[in-house]
Structures are given as structure tokens and as C-alpha cells.
Design a protein around this ligand. Structure first.
Ligand code: DAT
Ligand code: MG
Length: 168
């Protein structure tokens, strides 16, 4: 009896933790300039993911170089940092079951020429250097990116009223 209760509880808390996976999503300067912030937020909202943090800011090059540190040896790196520093961005944290992987699928392929219709990049942009949105590629990189762009106080703890209509 106690064993089955414990098993149920650990399964339950495992499911709860899975629902709390987080990803870092950011509307890039072209997405902001083109007035696509609302449409992008809408996609994540209507899917059922939970907004945990969001801000509007003009990121400095130091932050952007840290954000894209893994790509620093690539020939497009200086252009990438200049583009990301060319106007304000909207960094966000979204939470939910498999949000990292699903978020990447919602973004579409890195190069919009390969992004399927129905994805954000597939629907709203054309070239890889103007692909309007960033999304973390793994749970570990999401944690790193969230820590880079937000402090603990900016991550809001709240329970959406619809949560029991989104998760069974
Ligand atoms: P993603 O943004 O899909 O995670 P990434 O991390 O490989 O892709 O690259 C980061 C950004 O760098 C990408 O959104 C656009 C730019 N980029 C990637 N490959 C590029 C290339 N071959 N030429 C120009 N820009 C590129
Ligand atoms: Mg990436």
C-alpha cells in the first residue's frame, strides 16, 4: 500500500516537473521592426504554454556575444551580433511539457528556406540572417540562456487558470 502510494507520488511529481520545463524564446530585431511580436507571442499562448518572463530591451554586444558564444568561430558571427544589436528584442521564458523541443518545431528550421509552412519562420521570413526569432535547442542551453537574460526575480511564479484544461 505504502509502496504503491510512493510510486504514485513519484510518478505524479515527475509529471509535474516535466510540465515545468522551460525554454528561452526571443523575438529578434527584425521581428520587432516588422510588428510581429504579438503574432509570435500568440502562437505560444494559444498552444497552451505558460509565459514566465518577458521584457523589451536593446541588448548590448557583450550580452549577444555571450548568448551566441558557441558560434564565435563561425564566419557569420560578427554579422549575427551586429544584426542582433541593430534594434530592440523581446526575450521571453515559456514553460510547459516538452517546451524546448516543441518550441523548436514551432520556430521551424534555422534557414527559412527550409522551414515548413505553418512554422513561425516558415510563415514570416525568407533569409537565415533575418529569421526573426530565437529558441533554445536543448534543456541545458535553455537554462544557460535564461540565466544570461533574466534574474531570478524576473521569473514570475503563477498558476494559469486554464492549467487543468491543458494538462490531464
Ligand atoms: P538556431 O537559431 O536555429 O538555433 P543556430 O544556433 O545554428 O540556429 O544559429 C544561430 C543564428 O545564427 C541563426 O538563427 C541565424 C544565424 N545563422 C546560422 N547559420 C547561419 C549561416 N550559415 N549564415 C548566416 N547566419 C547564420
Ligand atoms: Mg541556436
Amino acid at each position: 500500500m505504502i509502496a504503491s502510494l510512493l510510486a504514485f507520488y513519484s510518478l505524479f511529481s515527475y509529471a509535474m516537473a516535466a510540465n515545468k520545463e522551460r525554454t528561452f524564446i526571443m523575438v529578434k530585431p527584425d521581428g520587432v521592426q516588422r510588428g510581429l511580436v504579438g503574432k509570435i507571442i500568440e502562437r505560444f499562448e494559444q498552444k497552451g504554454f505558460k509565459l514566465v518572463a518577458m521584457k523589451f530591451m536593446w541588448a548590448d554586444k557583450d550580452l549577444l556575444e555571450k548568448h551566441y558564444a558557441d558560434l564565435s568561430a563561425r564566419p557569420f558571427f560578427p554579422g549575427l551580433v551586429n544584426y542582433m544589436n541593430s534594434g530592440p528584442v523581446v526575450p521571453m521564458v515559456w514553460e510547459g511539457l516538452n517546451v524546448v523541443k516543441t518550441g523548436r518545431q514551432m520556430l521551424g528550421a534555422t534557414n527559412p528556406a527550409d522551414s515548413l509552412p505553418g512554422t513561425i519562420r516558415g510563415d514570416f521570413c525568407i533569409q537565415v540572417g533575418r529569421n526573426i526569432i530565437h529558441g533554445s535547442d536543448a534543456v541545458e542551453s535553455a537554462e544557460k540562456e535564461i540565466g544570461l537574460w533574466f534574474n531570478e526575480k524576473e521569473l514570475v511564479t503563477w498558476a494559469p487558470a486554464a492549467k487543468d484544461w491543458i494538462y490531464e
